[in-house]
Design a protein around this ligand. Structure first.
Ligand code: HEM
Length: 139
């Protein structure tokens, strides 16, 4: 928060890094195999449901240096995140989500210089998404 307050120009990169590090979509919607196939040595039978773990890809050390670390100044050259998926079903709302997040976080930090976490924030009991059940702050 201090870095973003000191240099609001870091916000676009911070939004991308937040989506990588704690984005809301952990898994893609399941797809069903139309024929027998094999993926990375794992047999997939026709009709099997397959889901891709976006969260696991985002913590892949082959793709990101120190992947568990939230680093809003990640150097260019590391791959972009998969938080909006990839290919023909790439999120149609990605541009809107990016700008909304950027505006909301920038405004929040500007309006509330004393913003701080009041107590640990519990995660909602939902295995498919990453979201909080509550976020109590002091202003
Ligand atoms: C941070 C916010 C958002 C995240 C992380 C996100 C993430 C995703 C992901 C991962 C998918 C692909 C799911 C899959 O293939 O299984 C997706 C699809 C989609 N998203 Fe988003 N999304 C966000 C915001 C939005 C918003 C604001 C809208 C609409 C205004 C939207 C509309 C859609 C639609 C319609 C699809 C389906 C596209 C298709 O199947 O062709 N999303 N989103």
């Amino acid at each position: 928060m201090a870095a973003l307050r000191a240099d609001p120009g870091l916000m676009p990169g911070a939004v991308e890094e937040l989506i990588r590090w704690c984005g809301p979509t952990l898994l893609t919607i399941p797809r069903y195999a139309r024929e027998d196939a094999e993926l990375c040595g794992i047999p997939i039978a026709k009709g099997d449901a397959v889901t891709a773990s976006i969260a696991a890809a985002h913590r892949d050390p082959r793709a990101y240096t120190d992947p568990d670390r939230l680093d809003i100044t990640r150097p260019a050259g590391q791959p972009g995140h998969l938080g909006f998926a990839h290919g023909p079903h790439f999120c149609v709302g990605a541009a809107l989500a990016r700008v909304q997040t950027e505006v909301a976080l920038t405004t929040l930090l500007r309006r509330h210089p004393g913003l701080a976490l009041a107590e640990p924030a519990p995660r909602a009991p939902d295995p498919g998404t990453w979201r909080l059940a509550a976020l109590t702050v002091t202003l």
